[in-house]
Design a protein around this ligand. Structure first.
Ligand code: 5AD
Length: 382
């Protein structure tokens, strides 16, 4: 079947996805045009902002690809104080970001759990309950996820990294702390607790095939996920996977493949939130804008205090090491607009997919509220 034939269909099977993921030249242009069109017709051209605060690089995990893995002794470990985090939150609030993401290395000790719980309450208070809060703090117990939800978080990102269990084992140490099934269980727990749930994968990993990526797309659909962040894998010299750097496809190829993945995902799941990830920008300074143009609708500018950024290098050449939050926000708004999209300020930017799912469930179960639906912030420009 040709790309044109496939694009004329309503849904795609595994073989269709393989064809789309492999396409180049004019076929790739057709694919991008189709996802661009689908995005406009289903969710419009709005782009939502999340101010990303990298709260700490202290991590109990030892993922073989990640620059902040526990065994990397070449970085200085840091933890932002509540004051520093609240300053970043204030910045996001004043600059009308609408929502923030707290991301950090994984910890599950009681001090950490309690600290995040209290921090969430302070953030909600400091922003008059106005800022939406997404967490990206790894695998936790159901009880912890619930406590953080009750304290004010409403979205959670936890990437599966790859939906191929064998590949998962190749890129993680082989022990209970790094189990594919635990990761999967946590994603399901997040959904059960009522979070808008995000996951994602890395593209261009050593040992990864195009078939794996087609399966990843089907996995995201099957899991009925609300938000996706996926980007190219980028080699880091202080990690074990560095030794396989010669078997990787080139970075420009990883970028193109990443864009085709986003494009296919928008066609498969028209109403979810898809992030234009920083890893795309690491390969091409306009990588994120290209992703927005063909279907992504969320951007996460880094608002971590500059002095800490160099120690949160998940991969080499991570962008934004030298540009403060204010400058990067101004540049970003301009360049997003050049890509034909419009930044929607002061909005939580919840996934329409999630809203539709929960209201459907509410109707089905005949109860008033299945999930605490936080009030949507109204934009002054609306
Ligand atoms: N290249 C690209 N992405 C990476 N991440 C971690 N290390 C790398 C890397 N070397 C991603 C993982 C993780 C997210 C926070 O960052 O997917 O879930």
């Amino acid at each position: 079947m040709t790309v044109t034939d496939i694009l004329a269909q309503k849904d795609f099977n595994f073989l269709n996805l393989l064809t789309l993921l492999k396409c180049t030249g004019e076929d790739q242009e057709r694919l991008f045009a189709a996802s661009k069109q689908k995005r406009i017709s289903s969710i419009g051209n709005d782009v939502y902002m999340r101010g990303l605060v990298e709260i700490s690089n202290i991590c109990i995990k030892d993922c073989l690809y990640c620059g902040i893995r526990k065994s990397n002794t070449q970085i200085i470990r840091y933890q932002l104080s509540d004051k520093e985090i609240l300053e970043a939150v204030q910045f996001a609030y004043e600059n009308q970001y609408g929502s923030i993401v707290l991301q950090g290395g994984e910890r599950c000790d009681q001090d950490f759990i309690l600290r995040i719980e209290n921090l969430l309450k302070k953030i909600k208070q400091a922003s008059n309950q106005q800022l939406g809060v997404t967490l990206s703090l790894g695998e936790q117990s159901e009880n912890t996820y619930k406590r953080w939800l009750d304290a004010g978080a409403h979205r959670y990102l936890l990437r599966i990294e790859t939906s191929n269990e064998k590949l998962y084992r190749k890129i993680h140490p082989n022990n209970d702390l790094h189990s594919f099934n635990s990761r999967l269980k946590c994603i399901k727990l997040l959904q059960k607790c009522g979070y808008q749930t995000g996951t994602g994968i890395m593209i261009g990993l050593p040992f990864q095939t195009i078939e794996d990526l087609a399966n990843d797309l089907l996995f995201l659909k099957e899991m009925d996920i609300d938000m996706v962040g996926m980007g190219p894998y980028l080699e880091h010299n202080n990690t074990p996977l560095w030794q396989y750097r010669e078997r990787l496809i080139s970075q420009p190829e990883r970028l193109q493949l990443g864009l085709r993945m986003i494009s296919c995902l928008r066609l498969l799941m028209p109403e979810i939130n898809i992030a234009a990830t920083t890893a795309l920008q690491a390969i091409d300074s306009l990588g994120r804008e290209k992703a927005l143009e063909i279907g992504a609708n969320v951007i996460m500018p880094n608002i971590t205090p500059l002095s800490n950024r160099e120690n949160y290098q998940l991969y080499a050449n991570k962008p934004g090491m030298d540009e403060g939050a204010e400058d990067s926000t101004r540049h970003l708004i301009k360049s997003v607009e050049r890509s034909g999209c419009k930044i929607k300020l002061n909005a939580w930017g919840d996934s329409i997919h999630f809203k539709r799912k929960t209201s459907f469930r509410q109707n089905e179960e005949g109860i008033e509220k299945v999930q605490k639906q936080p009030k949507q912030l109204k934009s002054p420009i609306e």
